[in-house]
Design a protein around this ligand. Structure first.
Ligand code: CP
Length: 307
């Protein structure tokens, strides 16, 4: 039995296979409409979500399966003090696979140690969000036709943004990927990503504060929201929340073939006037999230690909 807790739980070859499967699902959805008949996914969300929870549920429904779960800790027995370990023991009796989001880093790992069904980390605190990364990889591959030979700018809250940590960890395994890390000093990338992921793999990267100066060299711009829920001090959040706002003027500085991604939700960091720009890919990214999660569920449940 396998879990997905970290993007590195899959090899590059396995990610290639998963993205190929997701692409086949995109083009032939009817072929997959019953491959999970009789299977159930439990979505255990201790933190708010729109995309991740609903896309896992849509994915399982599209495969012919069904869904159960909770969308907040307050509507589960966590509110009475039940531990993650006990909860997953129960859920293992009800479902075939589960996706868990939790504010505590490592909670899905703890769940996996007590589970008899595959556990997918659907976001743990400011740590990792591997199914978002699979979505991001599919989006980049479909836009550029490759996952190598590119300069990726990551902008905003690089400290608490778990999608950023997972995406960097995944992309360093592809050749000739460079990073421009754009953030205010307070929201720089964590030390373990800088040292253990980037420097340890001899990856070319720079940390800058100015988005305008970075724009012309980027092939992908990955914008992120300042993660209000991770701040201890509201004044700090208010001071930093609008540190970058991508607008039409800034888009003029970018390559004609640069694409803008965002895991969403956005607040102010991308002006709505950018949405009509053909390089704005964040809503297409959401659709890829369903195909990727269908492929992920099939892979972890070891469901045969139909002919
Ligand atoms: N991208 C993402 O994780 O969105 P949600 O918080 O809505 O699930």
């Amino acid at each position: 039995m396998r879990h997905l807790l970290n993007p590195l739980d899959f090899s590059v070859e396995e990610i290639d296979q998963l993205l190929n499967l997701a692409t086949d699902i995109e083009h032939n959805p009817k072929k997959y409409a019953h491959v999970c008949d009789g299977k159930k996914i439990a979505t255990l969300f201790y933190e708010p979500s729109t995309r991740t929870r609903l896309s896992f549920e849509a994915a399982m429904l599209n495969l012919g399966g069904s869904v159960l779960g909770f969308s907040s800790a307050s509507s589960s027995s966590a509110a009475k003090g039940e531990s993650v370990a006990d909860t997953i023991r129960m859920v293992s009796c009800y479902a075939d696979i589960c996706a868990m989001r939790h504010p505590k880093e490592g909670a899905p790992l703890v769940a996996s140690m007590h589970s008899s069904i595959p556990v997918i980390n659907a976001g743990d605190g400011g740590h990792q969000h591997p199914s978002q990364t699979l979505t991001d990889l599919m989006t980049i591959h479909s836009l550029l036709g490759r996952l190598s030979g590119m300069t990726v700018g990551l902008c905003g809250d690089l400290k608490f943004g778990r999608t950023v940590h997972s995406l960097i960890s995944a992309l360093v395994r592809y050749p000739d990927v460079k990073f421009v890390l754009i953030s205010p000093p307070e929201l720089r990338i964590p030390e373990y990503i800088r040292e253990d992921v980037l420097r340890a793999n001899n990856i070319e990267f720079k940390e800058v504060g100015n988005l305008d100066e970075a724009m012309p060299e980027l092939d992908i711009l990955y914008m992120t929201r300042v993660q209000k829920e991770r701040f201890f001090n509201e004044d700090d959040y208010i001071r930093l929340k609008d540190c970058y706002i991508l607008n039409k003027e800034k888009m003029k500085l970018a390559k004609e073939k640069m694409f803008v991604l965002h895991p969403l939700p956005r607040v102010n960091e991308i002006s709505v006037e950018v949405d009509d720009d053909p390089r704005a890919a964040y809503f297409r990214q959401v659709q890829y999230g369903v195909y990727v999660r269908m492929a992920l569920i099939m892979t972890l449940l070891e469901v045969e690909k139909p002919c």
